[in-house]
Design a protein around this ligand. Structure first.
Ligand SMILES: C[S@@+](CC[C@H](N)C(=O)[O-])C[C@H]1O[C@@H](n2cnc3c(N)ncnc32)[C@H](O)[C@@H]1O
Length: 226
């Protein structure tokens, strides 16, 4: 996928196509998702209320969601790639998880304001076409006090960062639009409507999609929304 202009990046799922059949077919066999397996329980811990997963891919989170459910849970997920979505629907059936799975992009979520207790993002902000617009949508749909949990790989320092910058143009073409160099955590931490609960840099993962950072932010009660 080539770089997008801000205007095209914020088009709705109907107007902009995310369609990577080969990446979807290979996704569960790649080393990176395997390394992330250990951390999926972090995202899915003690879930209850209304939860939304962004870009659920092939549904790798779903068995962890079943294990992590701690009360009445209404689980929603969006995924714009039809190849991924088909696999996610199968994964939900296999896991025995009731999911309201929709064709949508994180930049234009089809939900009202203040409608979720938790929003989850697992290696999605590396791939969304407009991460700033997607973060605004997360803040908009979270209830005041709601949690935003994430697990993302980010740009590295030093020689690893140089390697990522070199590889990025090729990587995003073979890895479904994924970017290696994004400063995702700074973007999250700097958002005035989000308060940091915890952020941990992890040692696992496979270069060049490292380091991996996980964390939880909470929408401020007096969250500043335009
Ligand atoms: C690296 S995969 C991660 C899949 C899954 N979250 C996981 O933990 O394995 C990135 C996913 O983001 C999806 N995606 C791409 N553009 C998106 C967008 N604008 N909004 C939401 N998801 C998007 C891709 O189709 C893909 O399924």
């Amino acid at each position: 996928m080539s770089d997008l202009t801000p205007e095209s990046a914020t088009r709705s799922a109907d107007e902009y196509e995310v369609d990577h059949p080969l990446f979807a077919a290979c996704y569960d066999f790649l080393p990176e998702p395997e390394a992330l397996e250990a951390e999926r329980g972090y995202l899915a811990r003690d879930l209850s209320g209304r939860a939304l997963e962004l870009g659920c891919g092939t549904g790798d989170m779903f068995p962890f969601v079943v294990d992590g459910t701690a009360g009445d849970l209404e689980y929603h997920a969006i995924e714009p790639d039809p190849n991924m979505r088909k696999r996610a629907a199968e994964a939900a059936r296999e896991a025995g998880l009731a999911v309201d799975l929709r064709d949508a992009r994180a930049e234009s979520l089809p939900y009202p304001d203040d409608s979720f207790d938790v929003v989850l993002a697992g290696v999605v902000f590396c791939t969304v076409q407009d991460p700033d617009a997607a973060l605004e949508e997360v803040v908009r749909v979270l209830k005041p006090g709601g949690e935003f949990r994430f697990l993302e790989h980010v740009g590295a320092d030093g020689w690893r960062g140089s390697g990522q910058r070199l590889l990025d143009p090729v990587w995003k073409r073979v890895a479904g639009g994924c970017h290696l160099t994004r400063d995702t955590v700074t973007r999250f931490v700097d958002h005035e409507a989000l308060a940091v609960e915890e952020i941990d840099r992890l040692d696992d993962g496979v270069f060049p999609a490292t380091p991996i950072v996980r964390g939880t932010l909470r929408r401020r009660q007096d969250g500043v929304l335009e």
